[in-house]
Design a protein around this ligand. Structure first.
Ligand SMILES: [Cu+2]
Length: 340
């Protein structure tokens, strides 16, 4: 009896220590990263509860095991056999029924949280999301805007209607907690109410090919005012751009996801910047150089692996675009020519 009391106390102490240890590294109540959405709360609560149960179960196994190893160790010179047991029905019923109850309770809590996460706000607005190797594109159907950055107003629910053009991807913003697969051939929905303003990143959470790691785009959560200003600016840009070849090239670059990998201001993204690209002497991976002209750019788009830029990997992280029309390519080139 005395052993049970000691083990019981040790199990409780160990559970508390384990739980606070997990919490200290950001795996329990104090979850990392910060909470950025209304949907995160119920997920974090459920997680915290699971961590409490896990800490207890871990201790329930490890403490009696270590205690037995130490306290019931065979004494020196004792060569007698161990005691013979026939089993213990009460114990067996106990360790069947108790876990069953725990699992059923967690199934209920899990279903409840899922309901909370999917709760529909009838005022929610829609953004269409396209996932492709290896970039995200966002379309605002109400305004006819296409962007490689997702701008959202804080504290308003948005429904992302997500489609993939090639393989399975997964939309994941760690601060928002919710994660959803994007599957070719069907539209999956992702509801979120961002609460924290700032810059975030969507990452692809489904290994989708060579440059899966690079499949991240900027997400900006702002005030309603800044969001409306951004929408107005994007609409104006789109309207004026459509009137010139270079303007159309700019829109195409967003639509095809080029701008998710190529910056226009000199900053490095997954691919080389387009700033000052046209006419420059480009160093290639094999040590040779090439002058960037129409033919080279066309080849880079249709067959990215033909010539790979120095400092990048072979095979190229860039997907081939063999279906672009000559007019689309010449518009993109016209746009690149303006970037100097
Ligand atoms: Cu992906």
């Amino acid at each position: 009896m005395q052993h049970f009391v000691v083990v019981g106390i040790l199990v409780i102490l160990m559970s508390i220590l384990t739980y606070f240890g997990l919490d200290a590294i950001g795996l329990a109540k104090q979850m990392h990263p910060v909470v950025g959405s209304a949907q995160a709360a119920s997920i974090d609560q459920l997680w915290n509860l699971e961590m409490i149960v896990i800490s207890f179960l871990f201790s329930l196994i490890v403490v009696p095991m270590v205690y037995s190893l130490v306290v019931f160790r065979r004494k020196k010179g004792d060569t007698s056999d161990g005691e013979h047991f026939e089993g213990n029905t009460t114990l067996e019923i106990g360790w069947t029924v108790v876990p069953l109850i725990i699992v059923v309770v967690f199934a209920y809590l899990g279903a409840y949280s899922l309901g909370e996460v999917r709760r529909v706000d009838p005022q929610a607005f829609v953004v269409n999301v396209k996932a492709q190797q290896f970039v995200w594109t966002f379309e605002y159907p109400e305004y006819g805007i296409i962007s490689n950055e997702l701008y959202l107003p804080a504290n308003k629910q948005v429904v992302l209607k997500m489609e993939s053009t090639d393989v399975i991807h997964s939309f994941w913003v760690p601060e928002w907690r919710v994660k959803q697969d994007v599957v070719p051939g069907r539209v999956t929905e992702y509801r979120i109410t961002p609460t924290l303003q700032g810059n975030f990143k969507v990452r692809c959470a489904e290994l989708c090919g060579m440059s899966h790691y690079a499949m991240e785009n900027l997400i900006v959560v702002t005030s309603e005012e800044d969001y409306n200003a951004w929408i107005a600016e994007q609409r104006l840009l789109a309207a004026t751009a459509a009137q010139t070849p270079e303007g159309q090239g700019k829109l195409l670059a967003v639509q095809y996801g080029c701008s998710g990998c190529h910056s226009v201001d000199g900053s490095p993204l997954t691919g080389p910047t387009w700033f000052g690209l046209f006419g420059k002497e480009e160093e290639l991976l094999d040590g040779s150089t090439v002058t960037v002209d129409e033919a080279y750019i066309t080849e880079s788009i249709v067959e990215p692996n033909a010539k790979i830029v120095a400092g990048f990997t072979s095979p190229s992280a860039m997907p081939a675009y063999p279906t672009l029309t000559d007019e689309e390519i010449s518009n993109i080139i016209a746009y690149i020519q303006t970037l100097k």
